[in-house]
Ligand binder design. Structure first.
Ligand code: ADP
Ligand code: MG
Length: 474
């Protein structure tokens, strides 16, 4: 029987139509607009997708849904396979430019493993420990993917599969507690599990700096250089730390060049986009920006829920969905806060040896929630955080000068005051050097327009807001 006999295209078409009804337009456009029907064989429908990223995402998110629709419509248990085809004349996100894609049909239909599951360790070839600084609890298996982090998580996963090829260097940025360290560690763990010959080094920028200073003092700079220039994967966490540290920046610059020339993988994390790092040499900034820069956003409710579910599974504590949902509704800032709330509940339950009821949860988390809602944010605090961030004085922020470098931070600060507090525009104007309320309104409008046109401004403002909220709780 020839292959041509099988044609399930109408089922695919109808399944897609039905799925479209179920999804938001944005979700549909994001994932399904780039899928097209390729062909069928006896037991499956083969779909074209533009990259392995797409394939993995679509599998993870929609495989079950698609298959159940196909079953409903055709009465057959049809699987789906993917064929990777580069789309022409379509704007595809940078993540899709994966050079490892071959355009070959992959038949992994029966393999229901999530693309994020850790591969089985390859046999250990020697007793040499090649990786340093890694903590295996931070792996992809434990990382919940949501719309806030899927791009970064997919990039990280791709890097761990093919270090030193597609996304080199990679820089992951975002606010505190959003999973930067977890992802960075997961790259290292996953890569060294897949290939135990790889030399992987994870280090925080702070440790990197301290080791460097010590090496210089001990006249052992050559050992330091050797250590970091001879790895296959270098993972440096929190590079914002090296701001203003000129000698360390110089050393990192040379380390970078050595690794880059040797096609060794580098991944960095940062608490903001590098364009916003003030005390960083241009040449180093330029290096960081050379590769893929991806951001992590705060998780939405569904993702927060999924994260807590997963944590609970690991810890094997019984907690009802109602309570999980209650926690997730009230804790919106980041995953670290979410985990802290869970730990508090578990600790309490263990202490009094009781099951966690809704009453206990409400009682135990009362304080946590009220600080989340933050009532005590002052204009002064906002001005301080914003002026620190932009590396300028508070008096300039409030003063009369009108050059561009000052006006933007000033408008940002006004916008944040408006966003986070109940002060009127008149009151805000007074706190900003006695300005008129129309100036404040104008500032807020400017920032809103700016956020639409300048892609880094919104995450910057979000980070500032987070910092302000955190500091208001200290
Ligand atoms: P950051 O380095 O951005 O400050 P971390 O990586 O330390 O954040 O994350 C804080 C905590 O939240 C860690 O315990 C981490 O495992 C957990 N976490 C963050 N994001 C996720 C996620 N998507 N899924 C599961 N756990 C997460
Ligand atoms: Mg971190």
């Amino acid at each position: 029987m020839s292959e041509q006999q099988w044609d399930y295209s109408i089922f695919w078409k109808e399944a897609a139509n039905q799925i479209k009804e179920q999804l938001s337009e944005q979700e549909w456009v994001m994932w399904f607009d780039n899928i097209s029907y390729n062909s069928s064989n006896e037991s499956s429908v083969i779909l074209n997708v533009p990259s392995s990223f797409y394939r993995d995402q679509v599998k993870q998110r929609y495989q079950k849904l698609i298959q159940s629709k196909l079953l409903e419509l055709s009465g057959h248990n049809l699987g789906i396979d993917f064929n990777i085809i580069k789309l022409e004349n379509k704007e595809i996100k940078p993540a899709d430019a994966d050079p490892s894609d071959s355009g070959i049909i992959e038949s992994k239909r029966d393999n229901d493993r999530s693309p994020f599951e850790i591969q089985r360790p390859s046999p250990i070839k020697s007793n040499v420990i090649r990786s340093s600084g890694l903590n295996e609890v931070y792996n992809f298996d434990r990382y919940v993917i949501g719309e806030n982090n899927s791009f970064a998580a997919n990039a990280a996963y791709a890097i761990s599969r093919n270090p030193g090829t597609a996304y080199n260097p990679c820089l992951i940025y975002g606010g505190v507690g959003l999973g930067k360290t977890h992802l960075l560690q997961a790259i290292g763990n996953s890569a060294s599990t897949a290939n135990s010959d790889l030399k992987v080094s994870y280090v925080t920028a702070e440790t990197f700096t301290n080791e460097f200073i010590k090496a210089i003092g001990d006249k052992k700079a050559h050992i330091f250089k050797n250590k970091y220039r001879n790895v296959d994967i270098l993972l440096i966490d929190d590079i914002h730390f090296i701001q203003g540290k000129d000698a360390t920046q110089e050393e990192l610059f040379h380390t970078f060049n050595a690794l880059y020339d040797a096609n060794k993988q580098m991944v960095f994390t940062c608490d903001r986009p590098v364009s916003e790092l003030k005390k960083l040499t241009d040449r180093l900034r330029n290096r960081f920006e050379r590769g893929l820069n991806v951001d992590l956003q705060p998780p939405n409710f569904e993702t927060r829920f999924a994260i807590l579910k997963k944590k609970i599974e690991q810890k094997k504590v019984p907690l009802s969905d109602e309570i999980i949902s209650f926690v997730c509704k009230n804790i919106t800032t980041n995953v670290r806060d979410l985990e802290a709330a869970l730990m508090r509940l578990i600790a309490y339950a263990e202490l009094v040896n009781k099951e966690i009821t809704m009453e206990i949860a409400q009682q135990q988390l009362k304080d946590t929630f009220s600080t989340q809602k933050q009532g005590n944010i002052s204009i002064e605090l906002i001005q301080r955080v914003v002026s620190d961030y932009f590396n300028m004085s508070q008096s300039d922020l409030k003063g009369k000068r009108r050059n561009k470098a000052i006006v933007l931070p000033r408008q940002v600060a006004m916008y944040i005051v408006r966003d986070l507090t109940e002060f009127s525009t008149t009151e805000i104007g007074l706190e900003f050097g006695g300005r008129d309320h129309t100036t404040v309104m104008h500032a807020c409008q400017r920032i809103e327009i700016h956020m639409n046109t300048n892609p880094t401004l919104e995450p910057t403002i979000r980070n500032l807001i987070r910092t302000i909220q955190e500091q208001s709780r200290m």
